[in-house]
Design a protein around this ligand. Structure first.
Ligand code: SF4
Length: 723
């Protein structure tokens, strides 16, 4: 079987008069199991249902939704592999200019809030056709939620899209049950019994085993109630223990979330991935330049779903759940053989992973029949005593793959959970990973170094990351390899204020590392962190939490991570002053930035200098060089090091008005009251010695020993980020 029909002509060629389902998608049509629409459409086909695809319809033209006619059983709608708003906008809310999921990478080929727009478009033409929405956008907006882009508290997407039913999570099982129910003649409004779905009703009298969430109007008025609701939702994401959840809306409308589908078995996973995918984009896109996303996934293999990592900023618990589900080795190896046959394959498997690459089994025995713990995380704050730490299955899989003919390398590009790796008493996987599966650099996600912030993020303490890097370096050294760690870092996460951002900047200073890219915290739907962002409460304990919302402060936090970037100079100066950390502005080696004269300032200063020189010559007899010396300037006339490269070199003379601006040259640390100058007047311009001698360790807020610093920095690729 080739691609599924995308036109009446295709239908005719397949002898299909009326399709069972028409699937409206926001992505290009790519028949590869990395795309949700490909899996769902192939699973339905496998069960005997005919499915046609309408990809990226023109949402301003009603006819675009009619091209395949009215389906017998209903419309399926998904925004694509990403929430349409994440797809369209940076965290700054500026528009992205490229879309990897669209032919030719062209941006904005789907509308904002695509699921809602498509749903309403269909409803205009087909008043009585069942509409079933799914995919990540629908899944994470299934109940009332905060929308960052509109800065509003939205209703369930089921109501706004005018759909009848919502399939959340990974929908293979649900969609077949929905199709079978519709096929058997059950009206869509009566399909209220399928796990992993959300429906609307006016009658909740027959719903058992359920919890009532705060109603929409109350939550809209009171953020605390939303935080409380979210926590209940979060505690009801495990198929073993979850209750049905009821959310009330005005006019006695209720949105009901049925408990999730149980995790997929390995046999079910294998079957879903073994279906006859074409493994590429529809040929009609060839002339448009193809679909860029295929390049990332074409030579990659998915090994698992689910994650028991539980990072606060990740919605995976809400979408796939905490129970890890895996494909068998046989299924993955068979897919690898298909990849090998691809004429473009060069011998490199790009990835064997999933949400977390090194999770290949559930976190403990207990969770299989009793579910994951509601009020406890498997890895945070420390690995649970019941946690099964075992990499042997993953290791065996990687060995099998790299033994295949024509395979040169098998890489791991999905994230590795380093705390889980460290918890393994057997180093065999760690060693083989370093030896065979890293392409010069390992990307890991410590996200921050402040334990205060890490705690809010649900990530392990910084010392765990340091231990990991030390061990990683040791193994590399033993193997004679020069491979680096590239840490992913996040700015402005709830809980991080300027103090924590400066702590991170100082840490990076000590490592001699500046990331080229920084991820500003992005409040995407239905994460714990997004709820914190909106409510300024931690929904897990209802305690208030600091949230950086001001765009300018966000920019300062981000700039601090890249404090060496000349573009960030003013923001860094401002942030340091605002935080009372002028001690970090100066010439000492521990300073993040040096004072700088603006050209206008320089002009002014020059005339001031001249005036001053003349004046002093007249009144005191002091020479200008004395003035310079008093202002802690190197007497060499060289421009100061670390000066942003776009600044013109100066004579090295400190402008005399800086003498009057004490914050620039001589500052008192508010915390100690000690003078930390970073000034070179006592060491003849050799910046750094004075401060480090005078106040040992005062600049290093991390308190790490030099050996740890060396170990950590040794593994970091300096000054370059290769993300
Ligand atoms: S017992 Fe421990 S490992 Fe198992 S689900 Fe609970 S927290 Fe996770």
């Amino acid at each position: 079987m080739g691609f599924l029909p995308i036109s009446k002509e295709d239908m005719k060629n397949e002898n299909i008069e009326q399709l069972d389902f028409v699937y409206v998608i926001g992505d290009a049509y790519v028949d590869h199991p990395s795309f949700g629409h490909a899996i769902i459409s192939r699973v339905l086909s496998d069960h005997g249902y005919t499915v046609g695809i309408i990809s990226q319809p023109d949402w301003k033209d009603e006819n675009s939704i009619r091209i395949l006619g009215k389906p017998r059983l209903g419309f399926l709608v998904a925004s694509g592999n990403m929430d349409s708003m994440v797809n369209h906008y940076f965290v700054s809310k500026k528009h992205r200019d490229m879309d990897a999921y669209t032919p030719g990478g062209v941006a904005y080929k789907r509308p904002d809030h695509a699921t809602v727009v498509y749903g309403n478009l269909i409803r205009k033409s087909y008043k009585d056709s069942p509409i079933i929405i799914g995919g990540i956008e629908a899944s994470l907006r299934r109940l009332a939620h905060y929308d960052y882009w509109d800065n509003s508290f939205k209703r369930s997407i089921l109501l706004d899209s005018q759909a009848d039913l919502l399939s959340y999570g990974m929908g293979e099982r649900s969609i077949v049950e929905i199709a079978d129910a519709l096929d058997s003649g059950i009206a869509v409004k009566d399909i209220t019994f399928i796990k992993g779905t959300v429906y609307k009703t006016k009658d909740i009298s027959g719903i058992y085993d359920s919890l009532e969430l705060p109603d929409y109007d109350t939550m809209k008025e009171d953020k605390k109630e939303y935080a409380r609701s979210f926590n209940i939702q979060y505690e009801n994401t495990d198929a073993c223990t979850a209750k049905n959840l009821i959310e009330a809306y005005p006019n006695r409308i209720y949105v009901v979330q049925n408990a999730p589908q149980p995790p997929m078995t390995t046999e079910e996973m294998d079957h879903a991935y073994d279906l006859p995918y074409m493994r590429t984009y529809h040929p009609s896109y060839e002339a448009l330049g193809g679909v860029p996303a295929i390049n990332e996934i074409k030579f990659s293999l998915l090994s698992n779903r689910g994650c028991f990592g539980g990072c606060s900023f990740c919605a995976l618990t809400f979408h796939q759940g905490r129970t890890v589900q895996v494909r068998s080795h046989e299924s993955i190896v068979e897919e690898a053989k298909l990849i090998i046959e691809d004429p473009e394959f060069k011998g490199y498997i790009h990835d064997v992973g999933g949400p977390t690459a090194n999770f290949r089994h559930p976190s403990c025995e207990k969770q299989l029949d009793q579910g994951v713990c509601k009020n406890k995380q498997c890895l945070f704050p420390k690995p649970c005593a019941n946690l099964t730490v075992d990499h042997s299955d993953y290791l065996e899989l990687l060995r099998e793959l790299r033994a295949l003919p024509k395979i040169k390398k098998v890489f791991i590009r999905s994230g590795i959970r380093f705390d889980y790796l460290l918890a393994d008493t057997d180093d065999t996987f760690f060693k083989e990973m370093v030896e065979h599966h890293i392409s010069g650099q390992l990307k890991v996600a410590p996200e921050h170094i402040s334990d205060t912030v890490l705690k809010v993020m649900g990530k392990p303490e910084n010392s765990v990351y340091e231990k990991f890097v030390t061990k990683y370096n040791r193994i590399n050294d033993k193997l004679g390899k020069k491979q680096f760690v590239v840490p992913y870092l996040m700015s402005s996460h709830p809980g991080s204020n300027l103090k924590e951002a400066i702590e991170l900047a100082e840490y990076l200073r000590d490592l001699g590392y500046m990331p080229e890219q920084v991820q500003d915290f992005y409040p995407t739907p239905s994460t714990i962190s997004t709820v914190m962002y909106y409510t300024e409460l931690d929904p897990r304990n209802m305690k208030p939490i600091y949230v950086c919302k001001n765009p300018h402060e966000k920019a300062m936090q981000r700039a601090l991570i890249q404090y060496r970037n000349p573009k960030n100079y003013e923001l860094v100066i401002e942030a340091l002053k605002k935080a009372g950390r002028e001690d970090l502005i100066g010439f000492d080696k521990n300073c993040l930035v040096k004072p700088r004269r603006m050209s206008s300032e320089r002009r002014e200063n020059n005339s001031y200098d001249n005036r001053n020189r003349n004046t002093t010559d007249k009144s005191t007899g002091r020479t200008s060089s004395r003035t310079t010396s008093k202002n802690n300037l190197p007497s060499t006339g060289k421009s100061t090091t670390g000066r942003p490269s776009n600044e013109k070199p100066t004579t090295g003379r400190r402008p005399s008005n800086e003498k009057l601006t004490t914050g620039r040259l001589t500052t008192n640390r508010p915390d100690t009251g000690k003078q930390v100058t970073g000034r070179p007047n006592t060491n003849n311009g050799k910046a750094g010695k004075t401060a480090s001698k005078g106040i040992p360790g005062k600049f290093n807020s991390t308190g790490r020993s030099s050996s740890v610093k060396k170990a950590v920095s040794g593994g970091i690729k300096r000054g370059r980020n290769t993300k």
